[in-house]
Design a protein around this ligand. Structure first.
Ligand SMILES: Cc1cc2nc3c(=O)[nH]c(=O)nc-3n(C[C@H](O)[C@H](O)[C@H](O)COP(=O)(O)O)c2cc1C
Length: 443
């Protein structure tokens, strides 16, 4: 996130932590160069449009701990990073609950042009009422209604990205002075329940047209949405058991919605790695991280994700599942998703304070690599979405220590594949596959 404390509140207080440098261009260009040196697929940027004010009924805890506030725009840092890299791709979170698809689709196309096809979009529906209120609504739409709106939103985007400009509409005919052939640019004529867009896309087509589509909500309705639209899915849960079930569900949903390449959906689990040269080194790092972790900040985050004010509970109260209009999978993963594992409020807060909703794997390069292999084998995952505790130390350690170990085992690329983000992920061209619902609008 373009902020101080994304998923590890409190760590910014360390003298050698770079998190407070997020306002400087070098923070982003150094990060991009580092990740490309480590042959990462992509940098994933999260985003929210409101403050975490569920905890203790207000924003004070989040503000004190810089827990995802202040928060700058994630899209703006992408050209900085793409300018200093050649292959690193960018998955950026944009909520479709608060921006019209006509203007949003233009911003994505612009970035796909400027990055030469290295853009992915993490489609989220948002979970904070505070965002809705500041955009003039009394409260956010209900959980499932947000996904209904999202389905129509995607249709508008597909029509603009895939259907309004034919291949060959841009002729750039210098002799006759014709830039675009009007007969090949088509108004989309969209009139739906939530949106009305009569005209055509403002931008000429970019190489991918539709950005690589990510989704990250694991509620029942979220998985249905993912099965229809997502090419890649982020999952987050503390145990392999929950992750394995989510992976199977998402692939089943994709088959049910008629996509014949359901097995090809790439699924990445959120995970935090602390790696050191020796076990002593690792122990020392973990002790330091724990000593700085802000439980108040973590409680503010967890309250926002779940819609439940954790300040109203005692630390050893047990978390139980209830439906709320915030996100649903965050609370489920600490309660109903695994009945064999009971979480107290304090346990969940401590867990979340170092890297969020995924597990923390700590060890020497060989120990961490063994664990990652076990996660892959037991869950059907395609990879990991790595969070960080220390900026940029967590990723420096991974690039210097873990990546060479994974490369030695033949589990990790030595060199990048050519092409756009979609080419690199699926090796089947830069455009949406023909069984994807967006492809039905291709002219
Ligand atoms: C790895 C991961 C990253 C996420 N990043 C964001 C984010 O940046 N912004 C956001 O609003 N939601 C984010 N989410 C939340 C989900 O996209 C989703 O909105 C939330 O889980 C509620 O949906 P659900 O009830 O279907 O689970 C993320 C979830 C996961 C697993």
């Amino acid at each position: 996130m373009n902020c101080v404390a994304h998923l590890a509140p409190g760590q910014w207080t360390a003298d050698d932590d770079r998190a407070t440098g997020y306002l400087e261009p070098e923070y982003w260009t150094d990060l991009a160069r580092l990740l490309e040196r480590g042959r990462f697929d992509a940098v994933f940027l999260g985003d929210v449009l409101g403050v975490y004010d569920v905890y203790d009924g207000g924003p004070d805890a989040a503000l004190r701990q810089a827990a995802q506030i202040p928060m700058n725009d994630p899209l703006a840092v992408i050209p900085l990073m793409s300018q200093v890299t050649e292959h690193l791709c960018f998955g950026v979170t944009c909520s479709l609950s608060y921006e019209h698809p006509y203007t949003f689709s233009r911003r994505m196309t612009t970035l796909d042009h400027l990055t030469r096809g290295r853009i992915g979009w993490n489609i989220v529906t948002s979970y904070l009422d505070s965002a809705a209120r500041n955009i003039g609504l009394d409260r956010q739409l209900s959980h499932d209604q947000r996904y209904d709106l999202a389905d129509e939103y995607m249709d508008v985007c597909y029509k603009l990205w895939e259907g309004s400009w034919e291949d060959g509409a841009v002729v750039k005919d210098r002799v006759n002075g014709i830039y675009a052939d009007p007969s090949k640019v088509h108004p989309i004529g969209h009139e739906g329940h939530y949106f009305k867009v009569p005209g055509f896309h403002m931008c000429e087509p970019s190489v991918q047209r539709t950005p690589v589509l990510f989704q990250a909500g694991s509620s029942g309705r979220g998985k249905q949405f993912a099965g229809t639209h997502a090419e890649c899915v982020f999952v987050a849960a503390p145990t392999r058991k929950i992750i394995a079930r989510n992976v199977a569900d998402i692939r089943a949903q994709a088959s049910a919605s008629g996509r014949d390449n359901a097995a090809q959906i790439k699924i990445f689990a959120m995970l935090t790695v602390v790696v050191g040269r020796t076990e002593d080194d690792v122990r020392h790092k973990i002790e330091q991280y724990r000593s700085r972790a802000s439980h108040e900040g973590a409680a503010a985050l967890l309250s926002g994700w779940t819609g439940i004010d954790l300040a109203a509970y005692a630390p050893d109260d047990t978390l139980t599942y209830v439906d709320t209009d915030a996100g649903r999978s965050a609370l489920a993963s600490f309660s109903s998703a695994d009945p064999d594992r009971v979480w107290t409020v304090q346990e969940a807060v401590e867990y979340v304070s170092l890297g969020g909703r995924g597990p923390l794997i700590a060890g020497t390069p060989a120990q961490v690599a063994d664990e990652l292999e076990a996660w892959m084998d037991e869950t059907g995952l395609d990879g990991f979405n790595l969070t960080y505790i220390a900026a940029h130390r967590t990723f420096e350690d991974i690039v210097e220590l873990l990546v060479p170990e994974l490369q030695r085992r033949g589990l990790y690329r030595d060199e990048y594949e050519p092409g756009t983000y979609r080419d690199k992920l699926f090796a089947a061209g830069p455009r949406l596959p023909s069984d994807h619902p967006g492809s039905r609008y291709v002219r």
